[in-house]
Design a protein around this ligand. Sequence first.
Ligand SMILES: Cc1cc2nc3c(=O)[nH]c(=O)nc-3n(C[C@H](O)[C@H](O)[C@H](O)COP(=O)(O)OP(=O)(O)OC[C@H]3O[C@@H](n4cnc5c(N)ncnc54)[C@H](O)[C@@H]3O)c2cc1C
Length: 479
Amino acid sequence: MTMNDLTETYEKAYEEAPWIISQPTSPGAQELRQFLRRNGLLGRWLDPNDPLLDLFGARGSFEGRLPLVILPDGRRIEPPIEYRESRNDVDEEGLARYIETARWRADVAAAFGLATRPRHETYDVLIVGAGAAGLTAAVYAASEGLRTLVLERTAPGGQAGTATHIENYPGFPQGISGAQLAQAAYAQAVGFGAEILVGVETLHVTLDPGTRLAYNELINGATFNTRTAIIATGFAYRRLEADGVDRLVGSGVYYGMAPADAARFRGQDVAIVGSANSAGQAALYLAEHARRVTLICRGPSLERRMASYLVERIRTSARIDVLFESTVSRAEGEDRLESLVVASDGEQRRVRAAALFVLIGGVPRTGAVAGWLRLDGHGFLMTGRDLFDGDGRWWPLERDPYVLETSQPGVFAAGDARHGSIKRVASAVGDGAMAVQLVHEYLQNPDITVGESVQEGLGVLRLKRPGEGVDRDDSGIQS
Ligand SMILES: Cc1cc2nc3c(=O)[nH]c(=O)nc-3n(C[C@H](O)[C@H](O)[C@H](O)COP(=O)(O)OP(=O)(O)OC[C@H]3O[C@@H](n4cnc5c(N)ncnc54)[C@H](O)[C@@H]3O)c2cc1C
């Protein structure tokens, strides 16, 4: 295809793309933009104050909520009353708002031509989340003959798909962009026959011990059954908002840190932003190798959020400087991070840094299964022998749980959402592959055993097991 052909194809696609009437600040506009961009979809964005609208005499027709999507056939998709992105820690009203938002996303996805409805009635395995763990599970499951359905809320690729440069994924000595890695895994999974629905998520699950099937209703009303499930919904990192940071992710700026990362920065100056235990531990690992470690903290002291033994060791380390009441205002460097501009006490100072580790927290995306599957105190999915920690009542069967099996037999966890996971692409890939092996083992001897089930308003199904207290929250197990 020549450059001219490409331009023509693009222009034609653009002319046929839906209109999106929105202001940059309309709630959900930014997320919609990202949703379309990450799924390679085109929309024609128009500000409601654009003089073009006067020309068409159309201004009066856009007075409702924005962003408003107008399809080529004239259909309109109105946004939710209140845009709600996260399902974690919401009350009943918050859940209702979240569900409206999710329905809107599913409508938009379908309107833009994404697959949002399953083709079959029953699947061997449902994979929730199409990040590194979910896509890998899809590749193995589909290639090994399992009828496989993947649900992805936003866009295939997950966190890794948003990283401009992944430099430590085995097999790519020059690094690889997260988007390239995601596209390749997506194509491979689809090539083996996995069905991947985008923009949708589960609304209800009902388990039937008789048929040993889980009946799923999606947010758009579509339904299907599955014999097993792998939950690979990942972890939402809190992102660092400062100039230059996004551009250098993977080229000196890193979210999360594994102890093994420290040795790569031998003799160099590095920085960390954060002030909780993970930041403290990272500072100590790095101080074993780096020349200088700068710990950048927003607050006036470390004691509030960090264990005292870590605070003590940081205080006595000759290689760690702590900057209190400070924030990163800019990351600098051509191809790689070279320095940071840090604002402290109204002054800006430049700090040399070959790496910046961002450790400012985040949450596992497990809100949809909270109250059903056992989570640890931070919201990560508990699996395997960990299910016996403190309270054995969470595991209902005689046999031991498989390593990645959650408190619901036949439901497995993989990747960043799992308790004890290493937050790395390769680890998520490993989990995804392992989960499929365990699905095979489970399918040879399926043993869904559930007690009485309780439907809870709009949330996912909550299960009562024989002998378990009626209200899980009252049992205090989670905290
Ligand atoms: C900016 C950035 C850069 C990184 N760089 C590196 C790096 O260089 N090297 C490295 O090894 N690691 C890196 N990491 C970490 C790495 O990306 C993650 O450890 C890895 O991607 C985790 O994969 P996952 O599949 O478990 O989860 P995720 O990648 O988070 O994928 C989870 C998916 O599930 C979807 N989802 C969530 N809830 C639902 C639901 N209810 N229904 C349907 N879908 C749902 C999400 O939309 C998402 O697509 C980076 C992380 C970030 C944020």
